[in-house]
Design a protein around this ligand. Structure first.
Ligand code: ZN
Ligand code: ZN
Length: 240
């Protein structure tokens, strides 16, 4: 007998398929045209082209060695880069992917992640993603970071592996400051030594604000023997 939540998810899944048949999904932003994200809205997503901290990816007024935060609290991760600003269309699209069950929007968003992979000079052995706690993943039906990472890896013909596990549930990072974010995700992840020992890993997430979550993943990967860890996120807020 399936668990009530799983049964519920299945019924919702079938309901959604029927709805899609009669009412094709509309653009998550303008809601005008069919398709997850129409070409016009996709084109409005603003790439990060201004100087950023070479370590954590924080936007800087002018290019310097690293940001103040990295000088006072250096990260374990080798580098974090982000593709586009977390506002406007992209903010709307990520919100739909995470909270409105718009799994279909992962497809166009993964193209942006693939673009970020191509632009990143970091050499790596495989791509992985920030895991959700199993309960959160069951509730959502998928892990949005994994959808993005898997599809982006496929677009670039690269290797994707599930190498990380979230060992405890953590509170949402929204509204927490840098120190609280680091404490919130500290020791929340575990990596499989068999997969990561002596490998260079690229970890994908949807949004990074302070880099605390990616850094906690990097710590787990280093504990499991990884040689180097890079981070790439689809989006980053302009300020934090
Ligand atoms: Zn649109
Ligand atoms: Zn920095």
């Amino acid at each position: 007998m399936p668990q009530p939540s799983r049964l519920n998810a299945e019924v919702q899944g079938w309901g959604r398929k029927l709805l899609d048949l009669f009412f094709p999904a509309r653009c998550v932003n303008c809601r005008q045209t069919n398709g997850a994200l129409c070409p016009l809205c996709y084109a409005a997503i603003e790439r990060i082209l201004t100087p950023t901290c070479p370590r954590c990816g924080h936007p800087l007024r002018d290019a310097r060695a690293s940001c103040v935060e990295c000088r006072t609290h250096p990260l374990s991760i080798s580098r974090i880069q982000s593709v586009a600003w977390h506002d406007g269309v992209l903010r709307q699209a990520i919100h739909a992917l995470k909270y409105n069950r718009r799994r279909d929007v992962a497809e166009p968003l993964a193209e942006l992640v693939a673009e970020g992979i191509s632009n990143s000079a970091a050499p790596f052995d495989f791509i992985t993603s920030v895991p959700l706690h199993p309960l959160r993943e069951q509730e959502r039906g998928y892990n949005q970071a994994e959808l993005l990472a898997e599809r982006a890896a496929r677009l670039r013909g690269l290797n994707y592996q599930r190498a990380l596990k979230r060992t405890r549930a953590t509170a949402d990072q929204i509204g927490l400051n840098g120190v609280a974010r680091r404490a919130n995700v500290a020791n929340a992840f575990e990596a499989e030594p068999a997969r990561v020992a002596d490998r260079v890993v690229l970890v994908i997430d949807d949004v990074s604000t302070t880099g605390a979550t990616l850094d906690a993943c990097a710590v787990a990967l280093f504990q499991a023997g990884a040689r180097a860890v890079y981070g790439l996120t689809l989006a980053r807020p302009r300020v934090h």
